[in-house]
Write a new protein. Structure first.
Length: 53
């Protein structure tokens, strides 16, 4: 299963993107509202994740 991290400043877009990707076989491993928060999440995750954002 492909894993991804969703980054978008709009909470409603993160919800929509999460729903779409999960329906298409992706595992959403985290969400962030900006690149700074993404960096904090990235440092706690493995390097094999696909990043969207």
């Amino acid at each position: 299963m492909k894993r991804l991290l969703i980054v978008d400043d709009a909470a409603f877009m993160r919800i929509i993107l999460k729903s779409i990707h999960e329906k298409n076989g992706f595992q959403v491993i985290g969400e962030a509202e900006n690149a700074r928060n993404r960096g904090m999440i990235d440092s706690r995750r493995s390097n094999d994740s696909n990043k969207v954002g």
